[in-house]
Write a protein of this length. Structure first.
Ligand code: AMP
Ligand code: MG
Length: 396
């Protein structure tokens, strides 16, 4: 049995960044930028007023000074002439600053009567001007790789970039296996249960930026598994669920081997999730997850999430553990790394009493996996301990 760290390293070697595709701005949020982009223009492209007021020469901004108003500069409609001594141009936010002007007196500090404007209050030292290029210069770079957030989309739009190269979404085929499984919404027989973690993993993978696809449930026969692997054709990653242990009906390992799996490892010293297998299967990476609902989801957080990051061209990234204070003592851990379902609130972490890997109710209440290294000694309340945040933010 290998350690979680060794398993992760082997899994990371099974995947590499996918090629790029071009998408329009409107579809780019959440995608990973594949190449550095450069601004096609500066922003603002001209010295612009930051306020509504009057543009005057820089050295004339004193209380009591009077000016002749010679025109107007509005957003989208600049004033063409220069501003001389004793002259002012009525100006609005976002409008180009006229030549010669070096100060915008805000409207609130002025009074206008006919074409004469008087500065009625101390105009202060802020020029109220956004210099050309003060947000970014032409040629400024947005570096790749980077998962594009809404603020990046706004930035790229203002750089006049309408289409951009992003890493293709990883195609992930998800395969539930088991004679006992039916799909949600179907009518289960007395010995049957509903396939659940396949849907949980589908949701998780979609959030991670992948393009997951649920395959029809495979039965516990080599023939059915073979057909399922054929249906997974075209996937970058094939994820099977269940059938990975040593029981008589656990045929995933054998079926995958017959289908050409070059196995990288089988079994990891972790709890839950021990019967994990992985390798290359043709053009795809294959990860065989254990069937227990919580095991499969925990392995999704611990292993699939960083694999998707690599496929997307992001850094190899082992999520850093956060630290919280233990609310209750914990007994010594055994020889396997334990990912305990837990709740973190206000910097305090509390593991659930029930840690059985079949309990989805507990997983759904958890917002953290408290991580116990192999042979971790007993821990007292008040000690600091590492955890992996999962699911919702506090309060959601
Ligand atoms: P297995 O690894 O196939 O022996 O499955 C272990 C346990 O997980 C069994 O109780 C299965 O019924 C259950 N299980 C397997 N696959 C799924 C699935 N997709 N959804 C929910 N439970 C599952
Ligand atoms: Mg099974």
């Amino acid at each position: 049995m290998i350690s979680v760290e060794e398993a992760r390293a082997l899994l990371f070697d099974l995947v590499a960044p996918l090629p790029a595709e071009t998408v329009p701005l409107i579809e780019a949020s959440g995608r990973v930028l594949a190449r550095d982009l450069r601004a096609n223009r500066a922003q603002p492209p001209f010295d612009a007023s930051a306020m509504d007021g009057y543009a005057i020469r820089a050295d004339e901004a004193v209380r009591g000074a009077m000016f002749k108003v010679i025109g107007e500069s509005a957003a989208g409609h600049g004033f063409s002439g220069p501003v001389g001594a004793g002259q002012a141009v009525r100006i609005f936010t976002g409008a180009p600053l006229p030549a010669g002007a070096g100060f915008v007196v805000i409207q609130e500090d002025t009074q206008q009567s006919g074409d004469v404007m008087t500065i009625t209050a101390d105009p202060g030292t802020n020029h109220n001007i956004r210099p050309a290029g003060s947000d970014f210069a032409a040629g400024a770079t947005v570096p790749a790789p980077r998962r594009l957030a809404p603020a990046d989309i706004a930035l790229l739009a203002s750089m006049n970039i309408a289409d951009m190269p992003v890493t293709r979404r990883p195609r992930v085929a998800i395969l539930s296996t088991g004679d006992e499984l039916v799909m949600p919404g179907e009518d289960p027989g007395p010995d049957q249960i509903i396939a659940s973690n396949s849907f949980g993993l589908h949701a998780m993978l979609r959030e991670l930026g992948a393009e997951p696809r649920l395959l029809p449930i495979a039965r516990d026969t080599l023939q059915s598994l073979r057909e399922a692997f054929e249906a997974a054709e075209g996937a970058d990653l094939v994820v099977t669920i269940g059938g990975a242990s040593v029981g008589d009906h656990d045929l995933v390992g054998e079926a995958a081997a017959r289908f050409g799996l070059e196995r990288a490892f089988y079994k990891v010293a972790m709890r839950p999730g021990k019967p994990l297998m992985a390798g290359r299967m043709g053009a795809a990476a294959m990860v065989g997850l254990p069937g227990n609902p919580v095991s499969a989801m925990v392995c999704g957080h611990v292993f699939l999430a960083p694999m998707i990051r690599i496929l997307l061209g992001l850094d190899r990234h082992v999520p850093d553990l956060r630290q919280a204070i233990l609310a209750e003592a914990l007994a010594a851990n055994g020889p396997r790394e334990h990912y305990m379902r837990a709740v973190v609130r206000n910097g305090e972490v509390r593991a659930f009493d029930r840690q059985d890997s079949a309990l989805l109710t507990v997983l759904s209440q958890a917002n953290a996996l408290l991580v116990r290294p192999p042979h971790d000694p007993p821990r007292r309340a008040g000690e600091s301990i590492g955890y992996l945040p999962i699911g919702r933010a506090e309060g959601d």
